[in-house]
Design a protein. Structure first.
Length: 299
């Protein structure tokens, strides 16, 4: 199968400016020093952005700095379909499929949510789709009128993950208490990941107690993110993952540039410093944890 093209601008070996779809210049950060032990980007979006790039080239650049593979994450039907194509195209990709909580109210209003959920469930049968996600609750962009649809969608995704014995990637924004309430009501699958962990030390301790994974992104390096550093400090190392959420959330000091999987080492290095763990030890733990959640990239 031919490699699908990935629509975002990508040249990690260059600081040259390109232009996005609106004609604005886009700068790319230099490649970091390679990690001593390979890790995996637990959450990325190869299909987001404006300019096409070859998926294999993006993965080659990541692999060159010690990022051995990635979990491509769907947020709606088109991106989930892309995810299925991507996992077929390159063995360095595993996938997650879902309807994002911000899309659920619109689909519900159009009478299309149940059909969309059914298609997600069908795609989840693919052997290289290893997670349902990203799903959850987001009260930042959706008001009270859309919360019922979000809750229904979240519950449906939870049941889907449990029925298929897949991991679940949670998107949570301004809704931690309600996410925890739904998990208590419906029950969590055996492997649960708080993607782009956005809570505090208290939520991290709840995750420790329940065996839930916490995936830290470039936001951990932001100057105004002390809550994330406090959470990372108390997080059980056996429950910690790393991600880019690319092309978003580029780590400091490159905020404002396009993020990509090749930039994950910047976040991993920072995490090791915050946890006061040798970088090689952090990488070994992250790799072990990631495989515990998603299985082997080589199956």
């Amino acid at each position: 199968m031919s490699t699908p093209e990935v629509p975002f601008p990508y040249r990690p070996d260059s600081l040259a400016l390109k232009h996005d779809g609106g004609g604005r210049p886009v700068a790319f950060a230099p490649a970091p020093e390679p990690l001593p032990v390979p890790v995996y980007d637990n959450h990325t979006h190869f299909d987001f952005g404006d300019s096409p790039v070859d998926l294999a080239a993006a993965l080659d650049a990541a692999e060159a700095v010690g990022v051995a593979g990635a979990v491509q994450v769907g947020c709606d039907l088109p991106s989930s379909r892309f995810t299925v194509a991507a996992v077929d195209a390159d063995p360095r990709v595993l996938g997650a499929v879902a309807i994002h909580p911000n899309d659920a109210p619109e689909l519900a209003a159009a009478g299309a949510l149940e059909d969309a959920l059914a298609e997600i469930d069908s795609m989840a049968a693919h052997p290289r789709i290893r997670a349902i996600g990203e799903t959850g609750l987001d009260y930042f962009r959706t008001g009270e009128e859309g919360r019922a649809a979000q809750h229904h969608s979240f519950r449906s995704h939870l049941e889907m993950a449990k029925a298929r014995d897949l991991a679940l990637q949670i998107h949570c924004r301004d809704a931690h208490e309600d996410v925890l309430a739904v998990l208590a009501e419906v029950g969590a699958p055996s492997r649960l990941v708080f993607h782009c962990f956005s809570g505090d030390a208290e939520l991290a301790q709840i995750c420790n107690e329940n065996g839930w994974y916490m995936s830290f992104a470039g936001t951990t390096t932001f100057k105004n993110a002390q809550n994330l550093r406090d959470a990372l400090a108390v997080a059980d190392p056996a429950l910690v993952l790393a991600e880019t959420d690319a092309p978003f959330l580029t780590p400091h000091p490159f905020r404002g540039r396009v993020n990509a999987s090749y930039m994950l080492p910047y976040t991993v290095q920072y995490m090791a410093q915050m946890k006061e763990i040798e970088l090689s030890e952090m990488c070994l733990q992250l790799s072990k944890n990631t495989r515990a959640v998603y299985g082997s990239w080589h199956d």
